[in-house]
Design a protein around this ligand. Structure first.
Ligand code: FEO
Length: 400
């Protein structure tokens, strides 16, 4: 049975949610589920904006048929050709063979690659930056947004209703539970952390490209943002756009210390815990601590984007960095995090190597400062080393 919601007289949300999927992109835990948003514009022409993941295709096709209300489908705008939004294009064209695909040249190429589908010229309207499509009352303008998140990405701006169909940008992890608008929930309390985790892990690497899109968007009057995942924004847009501006610039949102440790027998954890207590003694309030073997890297990366100071504590393992910490650090450098103050603690019973190697990996990050020196624990922290931890806490506090 169809399940849709009206956004305006002409625009209908026809997406669906998945609460069964354990790992989005087979990588990211999504305990709150995920939504795949699709939109139908009923104008003189009918316009579908993106489709959905195949996991929710049954719901999507029922929604589409209902929202069309007996009309045929004239246009399908493909803003993003990743399969979580376009898995159903080939099936869609079987049901609506006269629909025209509106996309850019790179998207057309990808459609061919994914579906072995060579769209005939008359079925494809190729668009580029600034092109417009008139559908009756509505004028849709296409704005290229390469690498937000794939190279073919574009966004569509409805000049008539001032709606930005923003593709992956402004998305959020989490299923939609009836409430499809951000102003229908307590977004900051319940969803901001998942929005941050979504942004930083999915698009975080591409800050300059997100900034380019934000620059283009700043020239538009935007009353509504319709992303492909999560809530639609029609209120308090500036607040969320400001978050994006900070994330894209790799600026910390808050002063605070994220301590992440990789510990086998608890001694490295002990050093991390003592550091946290000494920081707290000095009045530091925003302290987050993660066991790298317990917390999925995506959560730690989101925290690393949120806070100003990062401490990594890890044992030496196979003459290198403890494996889970090694993976995390590579993930962080792959996401191009910048502008942080970093400290390291390592542990080695006979040849401590982790500190040196952690710093070598983290030195790839731009504009990051290391607090000196690396603290090196030999099996277990000694009474004499408490002064080193105390000194590190003091240095962190002074640089906050
Ligand atoms: Fe939600 Fe890049 O796809």
């Amino acid at each position: 049975m169809y399940n849709t919601r009206k956004i305006s007289a002409d625009l209908t949300w026809i997406g669906a949610s998945d609460r069964r999927l354990a790992l989005f992109e087979n990588v990211y835990p999504i305990p709150l589920g995920i939504s795949y948003n699709s939109y139908l514009l009923n104008d003189e022409k009918t316009v579908l904006l993106d489709t959905v993941d195949s996991s929710v295709s049954k719901q999507f096709f029922e929604n589409l048929q209902f929202a069309l209300n007996g009309r045929t489908l004239d246009y399908v705008i493909v803003n993003h050709m990743e399969p979580d939004h376009c898995a159903e294009i080939a099936n869609l064209l079987k049901i609506y063979p006269n629909a025209k695909i509106v996309c850019n040249a790179q998207t057309k190429k990808m459609i061919g690659q994914f579906f072995a589908l060579n769209l005939p010229e008359q079925q494809c309207i190729l668009v580029k930056e600034g092109d417009v499509l008139n559908t009756g009352k509505h004028t849709l303008r296409f704005i290229m947004a390469p690498m937000v998140h794939w190279p073919e990405v574009m966004v569509t701006y409805d000049e008539t209703e001032k709606t930005l169909f923003s593709a992956d940008a402004f998305g959020t992890f989490g299923a939609l539970n009836g409430n499809i608008f951000a102003d229908e929930v307590d977004f900051e309390r319940d969803y901001l952390s998942e929005a941050r985790r979504y942004y930083t892990n999915i698009v975080g690497k591409y800050g300059p490209q997100v900034q380019a899109l934000l620059n283009k968007a700043s020239g538009l009057e935007i009353a509504r943002i319709c992303p492909l995942h999560g809530f639609i924004w029609r209120d308090n847009l500036a607040w969320f756009i400001e978050k994006y501006a900070k994330w894209a610039a790799y600026e910390p949102e808050e002063k605070g210390v994220v301590i992440t440790y990789g510990s086998i027998y608890g001694n490295t954890q002990n050093a991390a815990e003592i550091l946290a207590s000494k920081l707290a003694d000095k009045g530091v309030k925003n302290i987050k601590m993660f066991d790298v073997s317990q917390t999925h890297a995506s959560y730690i990366i989101a925290n690393a984007f949120q806070y100003s100071h990062l401490v990594f504590a890890a044992v030496t393992y196979n003459a290198g960095i403890f494996v889970n910490m090694d993976n995390l650090l590579r993930d962080i450098t792959a996401h191009n995090l910048q502008n942080r103050i970093i400290a390291t603690i390592d542990n080695g019973t006979w040849a401590a190597m982790a500190g040196k190697q952690m710093r070598e990996e983290l030195a790839k990050l731009k504009n990051c400062t290391f607090i000196e020196p690396n603290i090196s624990v030999k099996s277990a922290l000694t009474e004499a080393q408490l002064a080193e931890i105390e000194q590190l806490a003091e240095q962190i506090k002074n640089s906050l």
